[in-house]
Ligand binder design. Structure first.
Ligand SMILES: [Zn+2]
Ligand SMILES: [Zn+2]
Length: 327
């Protein structure tokens, strides 16, 4: 049995879990059409009309992870162990299979397919947030993870009974800034970046794609919606289409300009506001927080000294090189 333990010196959660079973090596890809029975039954799918669940005919398919970090079936128990705190890892670990085509990548699947994936992100957030014991949902996408055996394109959805440490820090900073300035931190970053115009890579009707001022690693990228909204699931079809076109161009530029590096994309969005939280804890969140994507290039090569990130590609130069690579 695994559990979430809190390190009281850092106020950070750690998932302690015994190593799970590893699937058979060298078998056929379990995510390819025709192999649906090799995965647990699907949670959701976009299908062409007439195709039955857990059979071919899907365009995007969501399944539970075979060896999950977090499970919906577990009871949520908070427990003190002497001076320490622990909590059962009640939540969900899901995989979004992004395309029936094994060879597809985010750069090659095309904007229509990417838009379906982005819409599935929305659907999973809406569905999982109905569970009030789930406090936070993280959607991430690794590309070319070193040592990964599965090459079929998929995103990961992780829903947990606490707020992820990175998001909590960001929520606090946004709230602090708002209390002081009465403006959204990210709306101010948007204005600043547009007026500086040094780190802007692309501007669309609905999004700014930018290298952040203090990028932690070479080519770190943020994708900020130009309209203020704290939660991704408020996305409209028009905005999703614009986002899919933008990201298709961006992932293409990574291939042509940077030699197809590994990356990790993560969606930063409001936690589950229906979950039981401290009175007033996020009272101003709809005004003070602003959803966005962050993309870290070659996360396995992050360079840090005592917690300080060292970035050897200045953000202005990274933005210029990405602009030049964009076709
Ligand atoms: Zn496959
Ligand atoms: Zn904002």
């Amino acid at each position: 049995m695994s559990d979430l333990r809190k390190d009281p010196t850092r106020s950070q959660w750690v998932l302690v879990r015994p190593r799970g079973a590893v699937g058979p090596e060298g078998a056929e890809c379990p995510f390819c059409p025709g192999n649906e029975s090799a995965t647990p039954p699907e949670i959701a799918a976009y299908r062409k009309e007439g195709s039955a669940p857990n059979s071919p005919g899907w365009q995007v398919r969501v399944i539970p992870e075979a060896d999950p970090y977090f499970r919906v079936e577990w009871d949520l128990v908070r427990e003190g162990v002497g001076m320490y705190d622990k909590i059962t890892p009640r939540g969900a670990s899901e995989l979004i299979i992004e395309s029936p085509s094994h060879e597809d990548t985010l750069a090659t699947m095309g904007p229509d397919q990417l838009e379906r994936v982005l819409w599935m992100y929305r659907d999973r957030l809406v569905d999982l947030k109905r569970d009030t014991k789930i406090r936070d949902i993280l959607i991430t996408r690794r590309h070319r993870k070193p040592g990964s055996r599965l090459t079929h394109p998929y995103s990961r959805v992780t829903a947990i009974p606490v707020i992820f440490d990175d998001l909590r820090r960001e929520l606090w900073e946004s709230q602090d800034y708002y209390q002081y300035k009465h403006r959204c931190l990210f709306c101010d970053i948007l204005r600043q970046e547009l007026s500086d115009d040094e780190r802007v890579v692309r501007l669309t009707p609905f999004f700014l794609l930018v290298i952040p001022y203090a990028a932690r690693s070479p080519f770190e990228t943020w994708v900020l919606p130009r309209q203020h909204a704290c939660a991704y699931e408020t996305l409209s079809p028009e905005i999703a289409a614009d986002l899919a076109r933008l990201l298709t161009g961006y992932f293409g530029a990574l291939v042509t300009g940077l030699g197809n590096p590994s990356f990790e994309l993560s969606l930063h969005t409001a936690p589950n506001l229906h979950s039981k939280i401290l009175q007033g804890e996020w009272a101003t969140i709809s005004d003070d927080y602003h959803w966005h994507f962050e993309i870290v290039i070659q996360p396995e090569r992050a360079n840090r000294l005592g917690g300080i990130f060292i970035n050897e590609v200045p953000p202005d130069e990274a933005a210029r090189r990405l602009r030049e690579a964009w076709q």
